[in-house]
Each structure stands twice: as C-alpha cells, then as structure tokens.
Write a protein that binds this ligand. Structure first.
Ligand SMILES: Cc1ncc(C[n+]2csc(CCOP(=O)(O)OP(=O)(O)O)c2C)c(N)n1
Ligand SMILES: [Mg+2]
Length: 576
C-alpha cells in the first residue's frame, strides 16, 4: 500500500486513510502495470505526479492520440493492457481514436480519462470540459465503465483489465470523475477493496471435433496455404506455430504484422508469391487472420477461379462465416488451437504435395530476383527501391530491431521489400491503414522491449505525430526515424488547376524534417543518396541516439494511394 495514509484524530482515535489517487495507483501496481502513457492536465496532473513518485513509469506525450497509440501497441507487444491516461473532453476525444484503433486491431488497451462532475454534466450546466464521455466511448470499444466511489476502484480496474485481454482483446474505457481522486476512505477498507486479477485471459481450448475436421480438410488439399495474421503474432505461441508450419510443409503467407513469426527468408515463405498462392490454393488455413478487406474478403479476382475451402483459427466465434463459408472453424485461443493441431499431427503427417511447393518457390524466387537489381541503385534523388534496399540490409544485420512503418507507397513498398526475421518486430498502420501511429508506436516499442527502433515514415504520415520527436529526445530513446520525403501525399508533383493555392496533396518543397530533430537535441541528417542513407542509419542504430534522417526522394516517385488506388471511388463523369 502506497503512502497516502495520514493519521487523523477523530473522536479520540487515530485512523489511517487513503484516497482515490492512491487506490488507483495501488490497484494498477497490484495488477502488474508498470507504465502509463499520458498527457497531464486537470484532473489528472497530481495523479501522474504521484504515479511517478510511486515507481510507475509515466511517459508524458505532446498529444493524447500518440499516447493512445503507444498504449495500444504496448498491449500488442506484451499481452498486457497498455494504459493511456488523459484529461476530460478534448483529451479524452484525442485518446479515443487510439482506443477505437485498439479495438479494431484486437489490441488490449485501457483508456483512463478524468471527467467532469456528473451532476453538472448530466444537467448540461456547462462544466469545465463537460462531456458525457462514458456514453460516447461505449460505441467505440469493447467495454466501458465508470467508477463513482473510492471503494469501487479495485473492482473497476479489475473489470477493465479482464475485459481488455480476455477472449478477443480490445479497447476498454474507464471513466474516473474528478471527485473520485480526492475521495478519502479508511486505508484498511481501501486495501481490502483491491482486486488482483487471476488468469486475466483464460485459455480457450478448441473442441476435439473442430481439430479433427480442420486436419481432415488440410489433408485433402493439393495446394494448401497457411495465412498468418497479427492475431498469430499476438498469441506469443511462436514455437508451436513454427512447428505447425514446418510439420505441415504448407507454404505460408504472413500478413503485414504476421511477418517474422517465421522469417521472411524461410523456405516455405510465400510472401513474394502472394498473388500466385491466393489465386491457386485450394485449401486456406487462416491463423489469427480475418477475411476483411486486407484479404479481399476471401473472394473475387484476387482469389482466382480455383474453388477454396477455408479453415479458420480464431478466438472469436462470430468471426466464422463473416465473409465466406468456413468449412472448418476452430474456435479457441491461437496457442491452444495450434498446440492441439500439432498434437494431432504428431502421429505422422504427409507434407504438402512437393509440386505445389515447387510452383510457389519458383514464383517467389523469380520475383525476388527481378526485384534485386532495383534495390541496389544509388540514384539521387532516391527512389523507393534504392532507399528500401538500404533499410532491408539494416534490418538483416539487426533482426532484433523493431520496424515501425506508415505511409502509402512508403508502407506498401517497405512491407514487401524489408524482410522481417523475428516475431512482433514489424508494427504498422494495421487494419484501418491509419496515419499517425508512428511516433507513439516508436516510443512504446523502445520502452516496452528495450530494443532499437527504426521508423520508416512517409513525409505525410510522419506529420500526424511529428511533434513527438520531442518526446523521443526527452526520454533519450533509441529511435531512428527515416522520412521518405517525396514532398507530399503519394507524390509531390500535383498541380492545382485553378488559383494560386498549392495542390491538396503537396507540401513545402525540399522541407528539412531533420532540423526538427535538431531543435530538441537529437541528431538530424539530410540524406540525398542510398549511400548517405546507409551511413546515417548505421550510425544511428550503433549510437542509439534519437535520430531523424530526411531521405530526399524524387517527388515523382510513388503512385496514387500506393497499392490500394483501386479503392478510390470513380465517377463516370469527367473529372475536373
Ligand atoms: C488518419 C488518416 N488520415 C488520412 C489518411 C489518408 N492517407 C492515406 S496514406 C496518406 C499519406 C501518404 O503519404 P506519405 O505518408 O507521404 O507516403 P507516400 O505515399 O508519399 O510514400 C494519407 C493522408 C489515413 N490513412 N489515415
Ligand atoms: Mg510522401
């Protein structure tokens, strides 16, 4: 039990007291929380001070959205809910995007926001930062709770933790009105009210029938494929997944954040033969991957004409048949499901047909060979391939570094080109293709893993969280940011057809983002060729000093919306 307590004389006896501030801290610490991602202000300024004094690490950001993204990815990386703390109304709303993002991506996160006085808010009498935060949050997360009495803090925090990590993980909102922090109760009573969450994410064992059905379908395949989603990475069942893939002899396709579960250079990796395996496979086993837009909903042109049978492993029963028929649903946590499959296969398993594996590997090798010379160009200004060839080498030399990636072309090309070798080393825009995760992710990745971080950022993408370079410098984090500066969104060459304003997709030409870093004492480098880029990134990764490299790209490099230009609506009318 932390400090707090002060003896007071009451009716001739001395009692120890505690308060809301201390009970929240005690409840978090009791449940193993070590880090808070936050922006201070009324009513949480003192709470953050006291948290820091009590040994919690408090990372103080410049904007709640970045603090929220940091918390969300901390949840993904650790399987413990990442905690973001904000002030009321505007701070809460700034954090809410990240909470919704966490829910959509199935990352465990808790957004704790201070709120204004209930009596005033509910009568809409115009309180300081008045807003019915709980009602708003409810529509955007997995669960939302409010605590009104100090003796309920223990239960409130326990519920939030359990809701965030159990079953399919997601975002949870916890509303803490200003008055709660100062509420004083008997210290002994307070201590007894705390709850340590036991087995917060209980294993969910798949039914034996579902395992047998899945293996029967897999056995019947002539051209099987395994798709590894970020749910598989989240599960931290790395060895079991590797065993399953290798025993089955099935080619695997990693989704963006599933990369590295097995190295991209693994002989069974079909990453560089994506269109071939999607179109030609006959049985597809999805492990922690959803058939959402990122997999073209499991149907249509990308999936070819070959009839498909889907096996799906997911903790959420409602995921099954969401887009197409799942002939073999396996519902349970990924670790338990994959272990059960491995156990059932251990009696002897006929590896996938060799001619199929050969088709996949020859296509893959052909694509890799075609790409190779483009990655070795030393053009100045750079193109994406020249710059990414350098970063591919850097990650090969430092496979333990965490790669953060956002942008359009910068994202799509980096995903394809930079090989990942270890699980949970690539973190990016996720299900929504969201810009703005960059610096928040970088902070949390450095803090939670202690590993060096390499951020590969489009110049537009970086702008969404760019002010957090100050945060990175302040905490002296080993983060190297490379900005692919092509003067704009997708390209820097658009021209406004009417008037003097610049086109909507272009930025100040020749901007020097590296100077921003220097403003806060970090290292800034302007790199105009792949050779210069290589030197600068290597120096940054060696020194661990916060570094920002402005990589000057040809403004004409890049295409509209990167690889997803087809999603732009088109009109039959002629465009202006
Ligand atoms: C929050 C949010 N706002 C807007 C977008 C739309 N959007 C998609 S990619 C992108 C920026 C692409 O430009 P850049 O980061 O410079 O990458 P490039 O293609 O130029 O390499 C934007 C604004 C988004 N995905 N998310
Ligand atoms: Mg750009």
């Amino acid at each position: 039990m932390s400090a707090a307590v002060q003896p007071i004389a009451s009716a001739g006896e001395e009692r120890e007291l505690t308060d809301g501030f201390n009970l929240i801290i005690d409840a978090l610490k009791l449940n193993g929380v070590k880090t808070l991602y936050a922006v201070p202000g009324i009513p949480i300024t003192d709470f953050l001070r006291m948290s820091q004094a009590e040994g919690l690490r408090v990372l103080s950001f410049r904007h709640e959205q970045s603090a929220g993204y940091a918390a969300s990815i901390a949840g993904y990386l650790t399987k413990q809910p990442g905690i973001c703390v904000t002030v009321s109304a505007p701070g809460f709303l700034n954090g809410l995007t990240a909470l919704a993002h966490a829910t959509t991506n199935c990352f465990p996160m808790i957004l704790i926001s201070g709120s204004s006085e209930r009596e005033v808010v509910d009568l809409q009498q115009g309180d300081y930062e008045e807003m019915d935060q709980l009602a708003i949050a409810k529509t955007m997360c997995k669960a939302a709770y409010r605590v009104l009495h100090a003796e309920d803090i223990g239960i409130g925090i326990a519920r939030a933790i359990r809701a965030a990590v159990s079953g399919r993980p997601g975002g949870v909102y916890l509303d803490l009105p200003a008055k709660l922090f100062g509420q004083v109760i008997d210290a002994e009573k307070g201590k007894k009210s705390l709850v340590k969450v036991i087995d917060a994410a209980p294993a969910q064992i798949p039914s034996p029938d579902s395992i047998k059905r899945a293996l029967d379908v897999l056995k019947s395949a002539k051209k099987p494929l395994i798709i590894l989603g970020k749910g598989a990475s989240y599960a931290q069942a790395d060895d079991a997944i590797r065993t399953l893939v290798e025993t089955s002899g099935v080619p695997f396709l990693p989704m963006s954040m599933g990369k590295g579960l097995l190295p991209d250079t693994h002989p069974q990796c079909a990453g560089a033969a994506r269109s071939t395996v999607l179109a030609q496979s006959d049985v597809v086993m999805l492990i922690g991957a959803r058939l959402n837009w990122l997999l073209s909903h499991g149907k249509g042109k990308a999936w070819g004409t070959e009839p498909k049978k889907f096996i799906q492993i997911d903790i959420e029963p409602k995921e099954m048949d969401s887009n197409v028929e799942i002939v073999a649903p396996v519902v349970g946590d990924i670790g338990s499901c994959v272990s059960a499959l491995n156990a059932a296969m251990s009696g002897g398993w006929q590896a996938a047909p060799a001619d199929w594996m050969k088709t996949v590997t020859s296509k893959r090798d052909e694509n890799v060979a075609k790409m190779a010379p483009r990655l070795r160009n030393n053009n100045s200004p750079m193109d994406y391939h020249g710059a990414l060839g350098v970063l591919k080498d850097v990650i090969k030399e430092r496979p333990d570094a965490i790669l953060v990636n956002e942008g359009a072309n910068t994202l799509d090309l980096a995903r394809g080109i930079i090989d990942v070798y270890q699980p949970r080393k690539r973190i990016d825009v996720g299900t929504w293709g969201i810009m703005g995760i960059g610096m928040g992710y970088a902070v949390a990745a450095a803090v939670e893993t202690g590993k060096p971080v390499l951020c590969v950022e489009g110049d537009s993408a970086f702008g969404f969280s760019g002010m957090e370079v100050e945060t990175i410098c302040r905490y002296k984090l080993p983060v190297c940011i490379v900005i692919f500066n092509n003067d704009g969104i997708y390209r820097g060459t658009d021209v406004n057809k009417a008037g003097d304003d610049p086109a909507t997709t272009v930025f100040v030409k020749g901007a020097r983002y590296d100077k921003m870093m220097e403003a806060f004492g970090g290292v800034g480098v302007n790199a105009t060729s792949p050779d210069e880029l290589r030197q600068a990134v290597k120096a940054a990764m060696d020194s661990g000093k916060p570094t920002l490299i402005n990589a000057v790209l040809d403004p004409a490099a890049g295409s509209e919306s990167g690889r997803i230009g087809n999603l732009n609506p088109q009109s039959a009318l002629k465009k202006k």
